[in-house]
Design a protein around this ligand. Structure first.
Ligand code: AR6
Length: 169
């Protein structure tokens, strides 16, 4: 069955889905943007699990392009899937790492049994990835790798991001 990819303009912390993806950094210990919003609204249980993951599996941090799940604490979702997007580079093509964030997040979501997953526009904020290009990579990867989910929801914070993702879709 082809997966239903939807677009919403809004706040990812308010999404009523099984899992929300977090655009984290490799420390897994929080930051600004989506990451800050998720920890703020989700509460301290998320950070507590992140700390445990750091201690047990990711002593030197979660590598770029990989993904790992924790509780979603007080968010409506059941799980947060933390992934680390690549920082945009003019010198080096890091597209495969951005695709990997989406692919790995889907893999983790599948392992958890999540049927509905919400994604933010990974790497397009602090990490400065050009919006149109990030949108194309995200949409292509969800289409290619997103078989079997009920809904994959792209949640865009502002109108400019929404328009870029709509064009890509
Ligand atoms: N819901 C949905 N989208 C949001 C929200 C929200 N609540 N808040 C911001 N965005 P960014 P990155 C949008 O910077 O580029 C953090 O400090 C935002 O407008 O959150 O992958 C991490 O700890 C933008 O379009 O993620 C890392 O250090 C998009 O989400 C670093 O930033 C992504 O912006 C990761 O940078």
């Amino acid at each position: 069955m082809p997966t239903h990819i939807t677009l919403v303009q809004g706040d990812i912390t308010e999404q009523d889905v099984d899992a929300v993806v977090n655009a984290a950094n490799s420390s897994l210990l929080g930051g600004g943007g989506v990451d800050g919003a998720i920890h703020r609204k989700g509460g301290p249980d998320i950070l507590a699990e992140c700390r445990k993951l750091r201690a047990s599996h990711y002593g030197s941090g979660l590598p770029t392009g990989q993904a790992v799940a924790t509780t979603a604490g007080r968010l409506p979702a059941r799980w947060v899937i933390h992934t680390v997007g690549p920082v945009w580079s003019r010198q080096e093509d890091r597209s495969e790492l951005l695709a990997s964030c989406h692919r790995e997040s889907l893999r983790v979501a599948r392992e958890l049994g999540a049927r509905t997953v919400a994604f933010p526009a990974i790497s397009t904020g602090v990490y400065r990835w050009p919006l149109d290009d990030a949108a194309r990579i995200a949409v292509r990867t969800l289409r290619e790798e997103g078989e079997g989910f009920t809904e994959l929801r792209l949640v865009l914070f502002d109108q400019r991001s929404y328009d870029a993702f709509q064009a890509a879709l």
